[in-house]
Design a protein around this ligand. Structure first.
Ligand SMILES: NC(=O)c1ccc[n+]([C@@H]2O[C@H](COP(=O)([O-])OP(=O)(O)OC[C@H]3O[C@@H](n4cnc5c(N)ncnc54)[C@H](O)[C@@H]3O)[C@@H](O)[C@H]2O)c1
Length: 338
C-alpha cells in the first residue's frame, strides 16, 4: 500500500511515519510546507528507522500543486495531519485557520475523487466536544459549542468527511479524536516543535525546568476537581501513532453501507494540572517554579475519554504510562538544547 502522510514532518506525523515503517509499510510519501516543522526531521526519521519517506514541499491549500503530486504518485490511503493547531492563534487569526484547515481537506477530497484514492484518516480532536455535560465522553457524545476557531475547523472537517462519505460510497474515511498528545520518541531525536511559543502544559513545564521560561501559571484552582485545577487526558504520541496503523487496517473492513467512522484516542484517565506538575518534579528531580492564577477564558474544566470503541473495534489501547510521557518529553527538551 502507498500511504500519503500530510504534515509528515510535524510532531504526530513524524512519529506515525516511524511507526508505519516499523510495521512493514515500505512506500510512504509525505507532503508538508514546513509552516510548523523542519525538512530535517526526515533525516531523523532515517536515523531511527533506516528509511526515508518520499517527501514533497507542497502547500495543500494550493489545488494545482496538490493535483500535480497525485498525477505522478499512485496513492492508496491518506493520513491527513496537516493543519494549524494553536488555539490562541486561531482566535487572533481565525480566517487563516479556517482557510488552511478546511481548504487542505477539501483539496485532498477533490484529488481523492479525481485520482481514485479510496481511503482517508483525519486528525480530529477532543475539542469537538466543547465543554461536555457528561464524562467520560464517548463517540456518541454530541459536538459541543466550539471554544475556538481551531475547534470549529475540526468540527467542520468531520462534517465535511461525513457528508462526502454519504454520496461517495466507494470511499472510506475515519476521524480520530485525539485527547492530549504528549511525549516524544525514546531516542530524543524527534518531538514537538516548540519554536512558536507553546501554550500547552507539557512544553511549558519542560521549558520552565530548562530555565527557558521563568515560571508556570496554573490557570484556575477553584474548579470542581479534587485539587481545583483542570483535568485532561494525556496520551503518549507513540500510542497515537500506533492507532493510525490500526485505523489503516480497520479501513479495509468499512464498506459501501458503512464507510465513515469516528474514534476517541485517549487513555481514559484524567490527570490534573497540579498532578502533572508534581509527577514531573518527581521524575526529573527538578523543582518547578509555578504560581496559582485565575481561570483562563475558554478552558474546559474536565475532559477524558471513553476508549471502549477504539479498544473493541480497532483493537487498540494506549499502553505507555504518564511517567514515560513525561520522561520522554524531558529528554526531548534537553536534546533540543544540546
Ligand atoms: N498535538 C496536539 O495536541 C493535537 C491534538 C488534537 C489534534 N491534533 C491534530 O493533529 C494534527 C497534527 O498535529 P501536530 O501536533 O503534529 O502538529 P504539527 O504542527 O507538528 O504538524 C502539522 C504539520 O502540518 C504542516 N502543515 C500545516 N499546514 C499545511 C499546509 N497548508 N500544507 C502542507 N503542510 C501543512 C505543518 O508544517 C506541520 O509540519 C493536526 O491536524 C492537529 O490539529 C493535534
Amino acid at each position: 500500500m502507498n500511504i500519503l502522510v500530510t504534515g509528515g514532518a510535524g510532531y504526530i506525523g513524524s512519529h506515525t511515519i516511524i511507526e508505519l515503517f516499523e510495521q512493514g509499510y515500505t512506500r510512504i510519501f509525505s507532503i508538508d510546507n514546513y509552516l510548523n516543522s523542519k525538512e530535517s526531521n526526515y533525516e531523523k526519521i532515517e536515523k531511527i528507522t533506516g528509511k526515508t519517506p518520499e517527501y514533497n514541499n507542497i502547500d495543500l491549500t494550493d489545488l494545482e500543486s496538490t493535483r500535480a503530486f497525485f498525477k505522478v504518485n499512485k496513492i492508496d490511503a491518506i493520513i491527513h495531519f496537516a493543519a494549524l493547531k494553536s488555539v490562541p492563534e486561531s482566535v487572533e487569526n481565525s480566517e487563516v485557520y479556517y482557510r488552511n484547515n478546511t481548504l487542505t481537506l477539501l483539496n485532498l477530497l477533490s484529488c481523492m475523487k479525481e485520482f481514485d484514492v479510496k481511503h482517508i484518516i483525519f486528525s480530529s480532536s477532543c475539542s469537538v466536544y466543547g465543554n461536555p455535560d457528561q464524562l467520560p465522553v464517548n463517540e456518541s457524545t454530541p459536538f459541543g459549542v466550539a471554544e475556538s476557531p481551531y475547534a470549529s475547523t475540526k468540527q467542520m472537517g468531520e462534517t465535511i468527511l461525513k457528508d462526502f462519505c454519504k454520496t461517495n460510497v466507494n470511499f472510506t474515511a475515519i476521524s480520530l479524536r485525539y485527547f492530549n498528545p504528549v511525549g516524544a520518541h525514546s531516542s530524543g531525536l524527534i518531538g514537538e516543535n516548540f519554536s512558536r511559543r507553546p501554550n500547552n502544559l507539557i512544553p511549558i513545564i519542560t521549558q520552565t525546568a530548562a530555565k527557558i521560561r521563568e515560571k508556570i501559571t496554573v490557570f484556575g484552582t477553584d474548579y470542581n476537581t479534587d485539587d481545583g485545577s483542570c483535568i485532561r487526558d494525556y496520551i503518549h504520541v507513540i500510542d497515537i501513532a500506533k492507532a493510525h496503523v490500526k485505523a489503516l487496517d480497520y479501513q479495509k473492513q468499512l464498506n459501501t453501507t458503512n464507510n465513515y467512522d469516528v474514534f476517541n484516542l485517549g487513555t481514559g484517565r484524567g490527570t490534573s494540572v497540579l498532578e502533572i506538575i508534581h509527577s514531573f518534579e518527581e521524575i526529573s528531580g527538578k523543582k518547578l517554579n509555578y504560581t496559582l492564577g485565575d481561570r483562563r477564558a475558554g478552558d474546559v474544566e474536565t475532559i477524558y475519554s471513553d476508549n471502549a470503541k477504539a479498544s473493541s473495534t480497532l483493537k487498540w489501547n494506549a499502553s505507555l504510562s504518564l511517567e514515560e510521557m513525561l520522561k520522554s518529553a524531558w529528554k526531548w527538551q534537553q536534546s533540543m538544547e544540546a
